[in-house]
Design a protein around this ligand. Structure first.
Ligand SMILES: NC(=O)c1ccc[n+]([C@@H]2O[C@H](COP(=O)([O-])OP(=O)(O)OC[C@H]3O[C@@H](n4cnc5c(N)ncnc54)[C@H](OP(=O)(O)O)[C@@H]3O)[C@@H](O)[C@H]2O)c1
Length: 278
């Protein structure tokens, strides 16, 4: 069944899983991405009207992160346009303990459009689909803050919550905090991935300064380096983030997925046994 639901970032870590969740319920959402038709490009507002035309509800993931300069203005403009075009509800993916993300949440919450905020801690999938994958593939994982406790959450859980609150209007006006079921450190994670994938992984504790220098030497783009440094220095260390919240269980009626379960499932795909490209 074709519907009037738009999933912005519908090919990304959470968005593609939200699309799958909706498809499993017989709903065919419109995908918002630069490669979709009609296309949606955060950097080209001319694409926004076609992508939002006729849409009633939308799931919004901002790329790369709500913390980057320009995100707030983009969310402001998108929300304004959504209201003008008659969008009834927005579900915004936000980040726990991020001041900039909270500013974006406020824009949506004050817009007069129905909303649910899905506020997430760091994703498990950062280790298999994002910036922590490459160190795992190289076998040498050097990270700062190795003992900070983080409630890593699974993108499948986030997507199931997002799809549920998109459809079920009883969650309108709520902030749903999605975390994993346990607090876990980088050191423990590397150990779990090593055992699950049956690979030797060396872990080194380094300073944030060394980590940033390393990224620069690898010629990682400056804006990405800035974002990762910001996430480590402001988000990871924020005490508000070092808490397990039970909202996943409240919405889905089951416990959130433990990191170990994600690691075992992901190891079976073979992604951690590929050859490093660097
Ligand atoms: N990773 C974490 O641990 C974490 C934790 C909490 C919150 N968050 C939040 O999660 C959000 C990202 O969500 P996600 O991880 O599900 O998505 P993602 O995987 O980072 O995003 C990829 C998606 O964005 C699209 N995209 C990339 N550039 C685009 C552009 N210029 N215009 C339009 N679409 C573009 C991609 O499609 P195309 O390439 O086809 O355009 C793809 O669909 C961020 O706002 C971040 O603040 C992340």
């Amino acid at each position: 069944m074709k519907t009037n639901i738009l999933v912005i970032g519908g090919t990304g870590k959470t968005g593609r899983r939200v699309v799958e969740q909706l498809q499993n319920k017989g709903i065919e959402p419109r995908i918002g991405s630069r490669n979709a038709s009609p296309s949606f490009d955060w950097d080209n507002k001319d694409t926004w009207v076609n992508a939002l035309q006729g849409i009633e509800k939308m799931y919004v993931t901002y790329y790369p992160d709500l913390a980057v300069p320009g995100a707030k203005e983009a969310i402001q403009s998108l929300t304004y346009l959504a209201k003008e075009l008659g969008v009834k509800k927005m579900v915004l993916l936000s980040g726990k303990g991020e001041t900039e993300a909270e500013a974006c949440e406020n824009i949506v919450m004050d817009s007069g459009i129905d909303y649910t905020i899905v506020r997430a801690s760091w994703f498990n999938q950062n280790w298999s689909e994002s910036f922590f994958l490459e160190p795992i593939l190289s076998g040498e994982v050097a990270l700062p803050m190795s003992d900070v406790l983080i409630p890593f959450v699974d993108a499948n859980d986030i997507a199931e919550v997002a799809a549920t609150v998109l459809i079920d209007d009883s969650y309108n006006g709520e902030i749903i905090e999605v975390t994993g079921p346990e607090l876990i450190t980088f050191k423990q994670i590397v150990d779990i991935i090593s055992k699950a994938s049956d690979r030797r992984l060396n872990f080194y504790e380094i300073t944030l300064e060394q980590y940033v220098d390393g990224m620069k030497q690898m010629q990682i783009p400056n804006d990405v380096v800035w974002l990762i440094e910001y996430l480590f220095s402001h988000v990871l260390t924020n005490p508000k983030n070092q808490l397990v919240v039970s909202d996943i269980e409240r919405v889905l009626g089951r416990k959130a997925k433990p990191f170990m379960e994600y690691a075992i499932e992901t190891a079976k795909t073979g992604i951690w046994n590929q050859i490093s490209v660097i």
